[in-house]
Design a protein around this ligand. Structure first.
Ligand SMILES: C[S@@+](CC[C@H](N)C(=O)[O-])C[C@H]1O[C@@H](n2cnc3c(N)ncnc32)[C@H](O)[C@@H]1O
Length: 280
């Protein structure tokens, strides 16, 4: 079947609206080339003649939304992304938290976890910390809106740029916590034992996710508009204990918002509300 590559303005706007409705991600004409490229293969696979027909499928078949979300999200990530954040986590946050909670279980949330590099980076530093403090316990939850990327994170198999980056920056950690397999490296049981993943939209109530001592919310706010960012920040805050830590991405700042978070140092905030983890 021939495929009409052109989409008129109304169709493009309707597709941007579908992206916003299902993910909160804001797109405009500048993003059309990217969106068009991502949708084209799917539309061809469905043997549809063009974008307008795909819109109709999206409206009529709720199951298509899952694939649509997988397609429109950008999942770029890496191990130990933004090293200074990991320096803070390993040398300041973990020792301070453990000193204040020697009997507790640390709960970390990698919100928008993509393929899991962020969660497994945290797990490696937690394991390194536990080697020095055997009574230290932790749990890491990774969540993402894309079901496909959550499956990847559960598989914990890394190759290409992701594996290469870890190999270059931290060869000893790669050797200690991963096993070479096929064309990449798979995380060992030690690293996976305390890490789990599930699908979750940051716009939805965090009630079912439990409460956390620290949330990584990195490189995802940039995709939302100001109202969306505020809504997501409030959801994340509600899933944090009072004084719980929020870590954002390098190009993200809360300074122009009135949120319940208090600035601590660049990229790092604390839940300033005493009613942090009230998920009722
Ligand atoms: C660029 S990646 C960032 C991954 C990781 N946090 C990092 O900083 O390396 C952004 C992730 O946010 C996810 N995402 C986008 N919109 C979302 C939403 N509404 N709820 C949850 N996750 C979302 C995407 O699927 C993608 O995996």
């Amino acid at each position: 079947m021939s495929f009409d590559r052109d989409a008129d303005q109304a169709t493009r706007l309707a597709l941007f609206e579908q992206v916003r409705r299902h993910t909160g991600i804001v797109m405009n004409e500048r993003k059309w080339a990217m969106l068009e490229g991502r949708l084209r293969r799917r539309i061809r696979a469905l043997e549809l003649p063009g974008y307008r027909d795909y819109l109709q499928v999206l409206e009529a078949k709720p199951a298509e939304v899952t694939d649509f979300i997988d397609l429109v999200t950008t999942n770029e990530t890496s191990f130990f992304r933004t090293p200074r954040v990991w320096d803070y986590f390993g040398t300041q946050f973990l020792p301070a938290w453990f000193a204040g909670n020697p009997q507790g279980t640390l709960r970390l949330w990698s919100a928008a976890s993509s393929s899991g590099e962020e969660a497994y980076s945290a797990a490696m530093l937690c394991e390194e910390f536990r080697a020095r403090h055997p009574s230290f316990r932790y749990r890491i939850l990774g969540t993402d809106i894309s079901e496909a990327i959550v499956r990847d994170a559960c598989n914990a198999h890394f190759r290409g740029r992701s594996a290469e980056g870890l190999k270059q920056a931290h060869p000893h950690l790669l050797q200690k916590y991963f096993t070479p397999r096929d064309d990449g490296f798979t995380a060992n049981g030690t690293l996976r034992a305390n890490v789990s993943f599930r699908q979750h939209n940051l716009y939805a109530s965090p009630r079912e996710l439990g409460t956390h001592d620290l949330a990584f919310l990195r490189n995802v706010l940039i995709y939302f508009d100001a109202d969306g960012q505020l809504a997501v920040l409030e959801n994340v805050r509600r899933a944090l204990v009072p004084q719980g830590v929020l870590i954002v991405g390098e190009s993200e700042s809360l300074s122009r918002f009135d949120t319940g978070f208090v600035f601590e140092q660049p990229l790092i905030y604390r839940n300033g509300h005493s009613n942090g983890a009230t998920l009722g």
